[in-house]
Unconditional design. Structure first.
Length: 89
């Protein structure tokens, strides 16, 4: 038997692309989809319909990286605010 993940942290890209493919229902396998405020803002800007579909989203506030190594990696890879906040969750 495969154990289903209870929650998953998601960035903007997977939500937008799953919606483009008409496959947001795949996220129903998760108990909760954790999104940061920045990610929600990006989705609202680029694909607002993706947030209106019945999916177990929960929006959380994320702080900046407190770990210096994580902060450095985010700068090195030029991660945007949503990606950085998602990693912090």
């Amino acid at each position: 038997m495969i154990e289903i993940a209870r929650e998953v942290v998601c960035d903007t890209g997977p939500i937008i692309h799953l919606d483009e493919l008409g496959c947001l229902d795949l996220l129903a396998d998760f108990k909760e989809i954790l999104l940061t405020l920045s990610v929600v803002e990006e989705i609202e800007k680029h694909r607002p319909v993706a947030l209106s579909i019945k999916t177990p989203y929960r929006v959380l506030r994320a702080d900046r990286p407190s770990d210096d190594r994580l902060a450095a990696m985010c700068r090195i890879f030029s991660l945007d605010r949503g990606e950085t906040e998602s990693l912090c969750l």
